[in-house]
Structure formats: structure tokens, C-alpha cells
Design a binder for this molecule. Structure first.
Ligand SMILES: [Zn+2]
Length: 325
């Protein structure tokens, strides 16, 4: 059937008709809110390049959890900024480390909240790289042990899920083995399986104080030009026991999300990173775009591409908007 018998516009005529045939929807319970936890008491520090995002101390986490749950957001991912850094990133797996204390606080004040932890060393090393250095290069195999120990310390503190973001080879298997050997066989791994060496991480590194002190991360993160490599990474992580596969960043990599959705049956997560958030916020602050519509459109695009889960700094704003609708 073709025009004039068929007219596409018939189903676009009114808001209820459009809602009836809408193919993709957003829901607050698929959003994950990133939390930056800092030392100190009563700290609630704005991140300048990310309007509306704060770095908070452990004692302020209960209030955060309450706000999130009231908005219908059930999951957070934790990033810690420790008191001290060293060459080996030993603060990452300290029993009373910043993230370990944060997990305990959150599970105490909001047991139903899904607490996911970022597992990496870059916030804890004085050189800012994601692993252990040998001759100024990140040594893959020496890093694995520290990562597994870090994931295990998060599980011991009560984390519901661990999310390795370092891009070392073999880390999912190493972490899975460490968790299983210690009675945490029910703690899932959300792997940052496909993480690109991206310019869009800039504002995050301010917030997490994790900028490399020399060089860059192209020796372990992926080349933005590659898609077949993404499929290889996802295959390896699936074989090693990942429960969820993540693509990071999101908006510049929608094709990668769509390919993973087609080729894998694990849940797919996408991380709408700090730079994606900051660009929309900056343009909106200048009056150049409608910030609210751009937020919703970008999140819908990530869902439409095939992501089940979206980690986003917009989680609170989007959830508030969904509540209003
Ligand atoms: Zn890292």
C-alpha cells in the first residue's frame, strides 16, 4: 500500500496516538546514577564541569540514597577518591578504604539500593594509570591480582555488583575466580567490556582526580576506529564469565551498542559519560539547545540502539521528568 492509501502521518496526529505506537521507552529503574565519594564530613562539593553533580562524603550518602529511591532510581555506581595515593593503588582494596566505607553506609541506610562498584586503580595510583607500572608501562598480569583483590574487598563490604573498568586482559576471569573462591558466587560482574580511549572522559577525570600524570590510556583502552575489536572484547568477557557487557562512551558509539545487542544475549549497559553530559549542559546554559529535550532524546537514542541499562549523570533529572509525565 502506498500514498495516498497509506499515510504515515495518521499515527502521528495526536500525543496519545504517538504514545500508542512508541517503540522505545525510558524507565527510571534502568538508570544507574554515578556517585563520587570523597573523604571528610558534610562534604557536598559541586563538580564545576558537570552542573548539578556533587562529590559527597560518606555521611551524606544516606541522603543521596533517599533522594534516588524517591525518584525511582534503584542503582548507583560508586567511584572513590581516597585520602592517599601510592604507586600500587593499595587504597583500592583497603578494608576501610573510601569505597568500602561508602558501600557499608549505603547498604546500612538503604539495603534495597543496588550498589555497583567501579573496580579500577586510576583513582588510587599516584601516577593516575589504571594498573601497576613496570618501566612506565602498565603491566597487565601484575595488575590482575590487585584488581581481583579490589573486587573481593568490595564484595566483602557488601557490594551487590562489581564493574571492572581497567581494560586489562583476563581480568573478568581473575575477578570471577576470586569471588567464587571466597563465597561470593552470587555477586555479578558488569564488565566495561568495550571501553574506548575517548576525549569525552575529560570532566570525569576532574571529578575523580584520575588524570594520568604522563602519557595516556591508549595502550589499554580501545581505538575509537574499531568495531570488530569490540566484538572480540565482548566475546572474551562473555567467555570469562561477565554477567553484563558495557559500552563506554555511549552517544558516539551507538553502532557498537547495536552490534553487541545483535550478537550477544547478555544484558547490555551503556555509559553516557561526563563529556556527553557536559556538552548538553553547556549548550543548554548558553540557550543554544533545549537541555531537557536533548537529555531525553540522547537517552532514548541509547535505549533504541539496544542498551538495557544506562549509567548517566542525567539519572535524577530524567527520573524527575518521567515522574511528572
Ligand atoms: Zn581506570
Amino acid at each position: 500500500m502506498v500514498f495516498p492509501e497509506y499515510r504515515s502521518r495518521r499515527l502521528r496526529r495526536t500525543a496519545p496516538l504517538r504514545a500508542l505506537v512508541r517503540e522505545t521507552r525510558l524507565s527510571a529503574d534502568q538508570l544507574v546514577y554515578p556517585l563520587f565519594v570523597v573523604p571528610g564530613k558534610k562534604v557536598r562539593q559541586p563538580v564545576v564541569s558537570m552542573p548539578g553533580v556533587f562529590r559527597v562524603s560518606v555521611d551524606n550518602l544516606a541522603a543521596e540514597a533517599e533522594e534516588l529511591l524517591a525518584l525511582g532510581i534503584n542503582s548507583v555506581i560508586l567511584f572513590g577518591i581516597p585520602e592517599n595515593k601510592d604507586g600500587a593503588g593499595s587504597g583500592a582494596h583497603a578494608k576501610d578504604g573510601i569505597v568500602q566505607r561508602a558501600i557499608k553506609q549505603l547498604k546500612r541506610s538503604a539495603p534495597q539500593l543496588v550498589v555497583i562498584t567501579d573496580v579500577c586503580l586510576c583513582e588510587y595510583t599516584d601516577h593516575g594509570h589504571c594498573g601497576f607500572l613496570v618501566d612506565n608501562e602498565v603491566d597487565n598480569d601484575a595488575t590482575l591480582e590487585i584488581l581481583a583483590e579490589t573486587a573481593l574487598s568490595h564484595a566483602r563490604a557488601g557490594a551487590d555488583m562489581v564493574a571492572p573498568s581497567d581494560m586489562m586482559d583476563g581480568r573478568v576471569a581473575e575477578i570471577r575466580a576470586a569471588l567464587d573462591e571466597n563465597g561470593f558466587e552470587m555477586v555479578p560482574i558488569m564488565s566495561y567490556a568495550v571501553k574506548y580511549a575517548s576525549a569525552f572522559y575529560g570532566p570525569f577525570r576532574d571529578a575523580a582526580e584520575s588524570t594520568p600524570q604522563f602519557g595516556d590510556r591508549r595502550g589499554y583502552q580501545m581505538d575509537p576506529a574499531n568495531v570488530r575489536e569490540a566484538l572480540r572484547e565482548a566475546t572474551l568477557d562473555t567467555e570469562e564469565g561477565a554477567d553484563i557487557l558495557m559500552v563506554k562512551p555511549a552517544l558516539a558509539y551507538l553502532d557498537i551498542i547495536a552490534r553487541l545487542r545483535e550478537e550477544f544475549d547478555l544484558p547490555i549497559a551503556a555509559y553516557q559519560v561526563s563529556g556527553e553530559f557536559a556538552m548538553i549542559k553547556a549548550a543548554a546554559a548558553n540557550g543554544w539547545i533545549d537541555g531537557e529535550r536533548a537529555m531525553e532524546e540522547s537517552l532514548l537514542a541509547i535505549r533504541r540502539a539496544g542498551a538495557d541499562i544506562i549509567i548517566t549523570y542525567f539519572a535524577k533529572e530524567m527520573a524527575a521528568l518521567l515522574k511528572k509525565a
